[in-house]
Ligand binder design. Structure first.
Ligand code: G3I
Length: 390
């Protein structure tokens, strides 16, 4: 275990440095406050792993404690909403890059990389687009041109400043969807209107606009969490075929939205990440959170005592799987603290999903991840005699 971990770590450092020559491993960047040595980002840097968070631009720069936490603890940031299509193009022909530009600037000032999220998704589309499609004023041919333009404009606007782009998000079928023969969701907005070929085109267009960004396919439950591994297999087969056709796809983002009520097969998760890696792809855990039932949405105290252990355990298992897969470049939590998480608004009665509590205090899961990162961070540090096993 130890040997495998160390070799994975060494190779990971080489991979990351090769991909990001200008990256500052653990420093805060020019003029930025020093990064605490025991922060998640500093510990992650010791094994070449970027530790990240989704960022809410309604809080960054206005909420001091929130802003300090983002700067001190994380080395890669993802805009939770402000790079989505409805945010960057509220009216047809009008672009609003400002909040996203502010995040990219903040990241630059704090030695952080940026995950761009997301260029093609069925959700958070501008209403001018969806209403035009539904009332027939935007034809299929025009829709394809509009998507091409959107991907080109956005990827070009941020050219050279995005480390990983989630080019395509959530187009594969879950067990409750009706799959195409390739396992895509047949009722996905893009698959339905433009066919499966649009996925390859989206990657080609993104690559043309920003040739150096790592281009990812991002989805949830694509590392075994559906129990049968069906969704993983569909993504695996599809992406393998894209690679064989020369489509410029560089990696897979496994979102990592877990719920303690369903259990979690950590070995399956690791094996699936590794399988993507073995295709020659990078991988990343892109939106990690582990939710559970809570007393109420304000306080978010788990209702089961066991959940207080399951929550950090499952989070930690995801991180360790990423650490053990050499191709796993980054591990990102989907938000900073429970008081600002999408979970209570979407899953009634659930919460407690993130690393910090509703008052922005670090939770047991924060310390569990800190410990995981420390353990993987470097060579053995004990003074005892050599065990003879190495
Ligand atoms: O911006 C409007 C604001 O003008 C309005 O006043 C307010 C009233 O409700 O809504 C605001 O928009 C909300 C937006 O977040 C920004 O706060 C939307 O209603 C709300 O639906 C939206 O939720 C986001 C959700 O994606 C939408 O699907 C969550 O914050 C975001 O965390 C979540 O993130 C997704 C990933 O992108 C993809 N993977 C799943 C993940 C969780 O759903």
């Amino acid at each position: 275990m130890k040997l495998r971990r160390l070799s994975a770590v060494a190779a990971g450092v080489v991979t990351v440095l090769a991909l990001v020559p200008s990256a500052v491993a653990a420093a805060g960047g020019n003029g930025a406050p020093a990064v605490p040595k025991d922060s998640l980002r500093a510990l992650g840097a010791k094994q070449g792993l970027r530790v990240g968070t989704a960022v809410d631009m309604a809080k960054l720069g206005t909420d001091a404690a929130y802003t300090d936490t983002v700067a001190a603890q994380f080395s890669v940031v993802t805009p939770e909403n402000v790079m989505k299509w409805d945010a960057v193009s509220p009216s047809r022909g009008v672009n609003n890059w400002k909040p996203a530009d502010q995040l990219v600037q903040f990241a630059g000032q704090h030695g952080q990389l940026v995950r761009g999220h997301t260029l093609m998704w069925h959700n958070q589309l501008p209403s001018w687009l969806t209403s035009g499609v539904s009332d027939g004023s935007i034809s299929t041919t025009e829709l394809r041109d509009i998507l091409h333009q959107h991907i080109t404009d956005e990827a070009a606007h941020f050219k050279g400043r995005i480390w990983q782009w989630d080019v395509v998000n959530e187009v594969f079928a879950n067990s409750w969807d009706t799959p195409t023969s390739d396992g895509l969701n047949s009722t996905d907005f893009w698959v339905q209107h433009l066919g499966e070929g649009i996925i390859a085109d989206a990657f080609r267009w993104a690559h043309q606009a920003d040739p150096k960004a790592l281009l990812m396919y991002n989805d949830y439950n694509i590392a075994g969490q559906d129990g049968t591994n069906t969704k993983f297999q569909a993504v695996y087969n599809f992406v393998k075929s894209l690679r064989a056709q020369g489509v410029p796809i560089d990696g897979i983002g496994e979102q990592g939205h877990l719920d303690t009520q369903y259990g979690f097969d950590a070995q399956r998760f690791q094996d699936d990440l590794q399988a993507y890696g073995d295709l020659g792809l990078k991988v990343a855990v892109t939106e990690a959170d582990v939710r559970t039932f809570v007393n109420n949405a304000t306080d978010q105290v788990p209702t089961s005592q066991l959940a207080q252990f399951a929550q950090p355990f499952e989070f930690s298992e995801m991180l360790k799987a990423c650490e053990l897969v050499r191709q796993c470049l980054s591990f990102t939590a989907w938000g900073v603290y429970d008081g600002d998480s999408w979970i209570p608004g979407t899953f009634s009665g659930e919460g407690y999903g993130l690393l910090y509590d509703v008052n922005l205090k670090p939770k047991p899961v924060y310390f569990a991840l800190q410990q995981d990162l420390s353990l993987a961070a470097g060579p053995g540090h004990r003074n005892g005699p050599d065990s003879g096993d190495e």
